[in-house]
Design a protein around this ligand. Structure first.
Ligand SMILES: Cc1cc2nc3c(=O)[nH]c(=O)nc-3n(C[C@H](O)[C@H](O)[C@H](O)COP(=O)(O)O)c2cc1C
Length: 338
């Protein structure tokens, strides 16, 4: 049975939500994942300074369409003043909640004192959360990692400080800043965080299947699970999670369904970028097209074609050729399941 988790007064089914991913989880991706069962989504991170200085691209990242709700808007910054102003400003976009990024390990972000650098300055991180809470009509959450590095894993202390500062929930990625994306996410550490606070904890890191999602709930006791890279070329993972949690039978998509979804995703990308000529907008689709083929027979050969996609018609041909290759192989190896 699917229960719910509350971020403030926002009720979210306890299946899995889509992680914020700059350069990947844009509007088309969020719409697709929501349609395939993601319980909610979070925007790509948006610079508070960009917003305060009137940068149009930053404001554009904050726009939310009807089918994306419930959705969190993620802000990053290191100065409470700017965070407060940005938090007030983005209320017009009617997010369901605001999330503050305190986990980003990217040098450009950390060098400004934002992202995971805030894990090294708990009083400043608290000031930032208080500033956002003061200016926001919607709940404020914080997403962070286990700490800076192996010698400074302060996620429990940090989580408690975020709760004290007024965070309505926290999302924890089970790696340190130094690890970036290497090694395995430490779910035991997420469990320790969960046991140390009373606000909902969103577990994150290395959930790629419904079985992983169930294991994350069970091993960490978390209130909600967040999926990032596991949805690359695989929005089906959300349907699988939903089905397994509600005790329904689930069938993996066929190759035809994978290719249909890839084409649907590309159409969404084109629709969501009406200001760009299609030959430019299609570039956004290239990495996604390659991800839909990952792990399948002949994917390596097709990767180059994916990275040179120039039009929707080419994408249709690509899908047809890919399916034809799979069929040839099936005819050659009739007893092998694809
Ligand atoms: C390409 C990419 C972009 C990301 N961008 C963001 C971001 O904007 N904000 C954020 O909090 N985390 C960001 N992350 C981290 C993810 O939200 C997530 O914490 C991480 O990928 C671990 O989860 P996963 O194993 O399910 O992918 C990003 C990760 C990737 C791979």
């Amino acid at each position: 049975m699917i229960t719910t988790c509350c971020i403030g007064s926002v009720k979210i089914p306890r299946t899995a939500i889509l992680a914020p991913m700059a350069g990947v989880a844009d509007r088309a991706y969020r719409l697709l994942c929501r349609e395939y069962g993601a319980a909610a989504a979070v925007s790509e991170m948006v610079s508070v300074k960009g917003l305060c200085y009137g940068d149009k691209a930053s404001a554009q990242l904050c726009t939310i369409t009807e089918n994306e709700h419930p959705m969190g808007l993620q802000l990053f910054g290191s100065e409470p003043d700017f965070v407060a102003r940005a938090a007030a400003m983005v209320q017009q976009f009617q997010p369901d909640w605001l999330d503050i990024n305190m986990g980003c390990p990217v040098h450009k972000v950390v060098a400004t004192g934002a992202g995971s650098a805030l894990m090294k300055d708990i009083p400043l991180a608290q000031e930032i959360v208080r500033a956002a809470v003061r200016e926001s009509r919607v709940p404020v959450t914080v997403k962070f990692r286990l700490g800076w590095d192996a010698s400074c894993c302060n996620a429990v202390e940090f989580a408690q400080a975020m709760e004290d500062a007024g965070a309505a929930a926290i999302a924890v990625h089970g790696r340190t800043k130094e690890q970036l994306y290497s090694g395995k996410a430490d779910w035991n550490a997420i469990r320790q965080v969960k046991q140390s606070v009373t606000i909902p904890v969103i577990g994150n890191g290395d959930v790629r299947t419904a079985a992983d999602c169930l294991a994350m709930y069970e091993q960490t006791g978390c209130d909600l699970v967040m999926v990032g890279r596991g949805s690359y070329g695989n929005p089906f993972v959300f349907r699988e999670i939903e089905a397994v949690i509600s005790g329904e039978a689930y069938r993996q998509p066929t190759l035809e369904q994978r290719m249909e979804t890839m084409l649907y995703h590309i159409r969404l990308i084109l629709q969501c970028n009406p200001q760009k000529p299609p030959e430019i907008a299609i570039r956004e689709a290239r990495k996604h097209a390659a991800w839909y083929m990952n792990g399948l027979y002949g994917a390596a050969k097709f990767r180059a074609r994916c990275y040179h996609l120039g039009s929707y018609a080419e994408a249709e041909m690509l899908a047809a050729d890919f399916l034809a290759l799979q069929k040839q192989r099936a005819d050659f190896l009739p007893d092998k399941a694809l």
